[in-house]
Design a protein around this ligand. Structure first.
Ligand code: F3S
Length: 61
């Protein structure tokens, strides 16, 4: 599945990158970038990141 981070919402808390660094990485502006699609190996941690983001900036389809 494709994962998206809304940069208008992201406040750079970096929780997502801490939970799943294979999918989320902080960029030079301290915003989360998606570096990979969700795979069976990462679907649980991506779901956890979506639930953990304090501003609900992460979505996937
Ligand atoms: Fe940003 Fe939410 Fe990740 S605020 S850094 S998308 S947990």
């Amino acid at each position: 599945m494709k994962v998206y981070v809304d940069h208008d919402l992201c406040i750079g808390c970096s929780l997502c990158a801490g939970i799943e660094p294979n999918v989320f990485q902080m960029n030079d502006d301290n915003l989360a970038e998606v570096i990979a699609e969700t795979t069976p190996q990462t679907e649980n941690t991506v779901a956890e990141a979506i639930d953990s983001c304090p501003v609900s900036a992460i979505s996937q389809e």
